[in-house]
Design a protein around this ligand. Structure first.
Ligand SMILES: [Fe+2]
Length: 195
């Protein structure tokens, strides 16, 4: 077995995603981004174990790569059984690629000052979902598996630093900045990370 192959898939993803973003003048081409992410999550053999470690206290969000110009970031979300996010938005575009386990995303939209629940999308390994603030991206994400789940997210900008919102079901909204979880980054990890 050639151990270099899985990380080559990650490197190719970053190179191709960077090239795609280079060509996005006004609007992101989320179909193209989703296609690239779909290729990455088609195989679950490249993510180092420190980026897939769950924590019993809360879900984890490990920064894997930050574009040197902060045009996009790539994050692994890791869920222990039973964990979920608050209802939140993103204030930027996002792509979610399911790598391991199963995840449920329940959509919400705002109506007359409150929130109305929409449908729930279940993601299985290899699936990719698009989050677009222009068409509505308020959701709550839950681990829908009995074991840990891992999904790979790509966002426009440095998502851990972007001011966005958490909602209560009665429509109250407050600002939050998610930050990233501390990770033991492997010495040979090729992703670009802030110092
Ligand atoms: Fe989200």
């Amino acid at each position: 077995m050639n151990a270099a192959l899985p990380i080559a898939r990650w490197n190719r993803f970053i190179a191709q995603f960077t090239e795609a973003v280079d060509g996005w003048n006004r609007r992101p081409d989320l179909d193209r981004g989703a296609s690239l992410l779909s290729d990455l999550v088609a195989r679950d053999d490249w993510l180092p174990a420190p980026f897939a470690l769950p924590d019993s206290r809360s879900y984890r969000q490990y920064l894997l790569h930050l574009d040197p110009r902060a045009r996009f970031s790539v994050v692994s979300f890791v869920w222990a059984a039973g964990q979920s996010t608050p209802i939140h938005d993103h204030c930027t575009w996002g792509l979610v690629g399911m790598l391991r386990g199963r995840e449920a995303s329940q959509g919400f939209h705002r109506r007359q000052g409150s929130l109305v629940a929409g449908g729930t999308q279940i993601l299985h390994p290899g699936d990719v979902a698009v989050l677009d603030p222009e068409t509505g991206d308020i959701h709550r994400v839950s681990n829908a598996a009995e074991t840990a789940s891992v999904s790979i997210h790509v966002y426009g900008g440095d998502i851990g630093r972007i001011e966005r919102h958490i909602y209560t079901i009665d429509g109250q909204r407050r600002s939050f900045v998610s930050d990233y979880s501390a990770a033991h980054v492997p010495d040979d990890w090729p992703g670009s990370l802030p110092q």
